[in-house]
Design a protein. Structure first.
Length: 335
């Protein structure tokens, strides 16, 4: 597992309340480097907790009050969720893989994936990608859409049953089982790098992120609320530069998430991931599905596969709990 393997868990958490594998998405080391030969867990943890400066001017009192009320309402809305599932589409933007831009100077996605997310309170989650399309060239006609072809290694899957996280490596036919330590079980999902749901409290978000409202006027008219969150600590800043969450009015939950690479730059490195969610189902209907909780049970090892047991070392900043979004297990990142 790499230091960037939290994103799929991050995504599920955001939905209720994964740094990318693209080549342009590079995580950064802590500002205070600790030599591997002498590194101690406490020193490493201290480096990751290093505070960061506010990336925007302080909010005025009325705007700060509005942000706090917005987060409190989100907390109240998400706390009512017991069961949840939705479909999603994920766009990956990687300027090292794709440089073509349309007539509006928008960079084309390097890959587009579709899948489903499922969650059961307080600690069960599942993330599946069933199809992936990769950029194959610019449009044949001006003003048209770029060409995409079906990816060869497209499946992604991880399951959390509350005690372990199971990552499917479809390429090498391995089922990686990562045992969670006691402190990460039960309520542990909400302690993921982006605890925007899973019972996270508004004050906890304000303690961990610089948050502001960035809702455009056109989005206001559609009943949307746009929140921008910047990490306050180095450990989170290694994973992403900032996150934009677009909340719908009903249900008051994310309808879109934008994750920006740690080294994101609008002109020189516009590396990011964009998620859009549809067919969001909450509680009642899902309670009628007798097999819904079956999505989270400990999976059997597929025939011909190998089960690999691993342990999560909480004090090791080079290891994270779950597979990263956008990277197929067993496949190396392109550099």
């Amino acid at each position: 597992m790499t230091a960037r393997c939290w994103q799929s868990l991050v995504l599920v958490g955001i939905l209720l309340g994964q740094a990318a594998s693209v080549a342009g998405w590079q995580t950064e080391p802590p500002a205070t480097a600790v030599p591997a030969s002498t590194a101690q867990p406490l020193q490493q943890s201290a480096a990751l907790e290093q505070p960061l400066q506010r990336p925007f001017p302080p909010l005025g009192a009325p705007m700060q009050e509005f942000v706090e009320k917005l987060l409190s309402f989100w907390e109240s809305s998400s706390s009512q969720i017991q069961l949840y599932q939705c479909k999603f589409t994920r766009w990956e933007y990687d300027p090292q893989l794709v440089t073509w831009r349309n007539e509006k100077n928008h960079l084309a996605a390097s890959a587009i994936s579709k899948g489903k997310i499922r969650y059961a309170t307080p600690d069960k989650g599942r993330y599946d990608v069933d199809e992936r399309w990769e950029f194959a060239g610019p449009p044949q006609q001006p003003g048209g859409n770029p060409k995409f072809t079906r990816g060869q290694n497209e499946q992604e899957r991880w399951i959390c049953d509350g005690q372990s996280i199971y990552e499917y490596d479809f390429i090498n036919k391995r089922l990686n089982e990562l045992k969670l330590p006691p402190e990460a079980q039960g309520e542990g999902l909400k302690n993921s790098p982006l605890p925007f749901v899973f019972g996270a409290k508004a004050q906890e978000l304000l303690d961990r992120y610089w948050v502001r409202d960035v809702t455009p006027p056109a989005a206001q008219q559609k009943g949307e609320y746009w929140i921008e969150a910047w990490p306050k600590r180095m450990g989170d800043a290694r994973e992403y530069k900032k996150v934009e969450i677009i909340l719908s009015r009903n249900p008051f939950l994310p309808k879109s998430i934008h994750l920006y690479a740690p080294n994101y730059d609008e002109k020189t490195n516009p590396a990011k991931m964009v998620f859009e969610f549809e067919d969001r189902e909450i509680n009642g209907h899902l309670n009628q599905l007798n097999n819904f909780l079956g999505f989270f049970i400990r999976p059997n090892t597929p025939r011909g596969w190998q089960r690999v047991q691993k342990k999560l070392m909480q004090d090791d900043p080079g290891q994270s709990a779950v597979p990263q979004i956008g990277q197929v297990p067993g496949q190396q990142n392109s550099k």
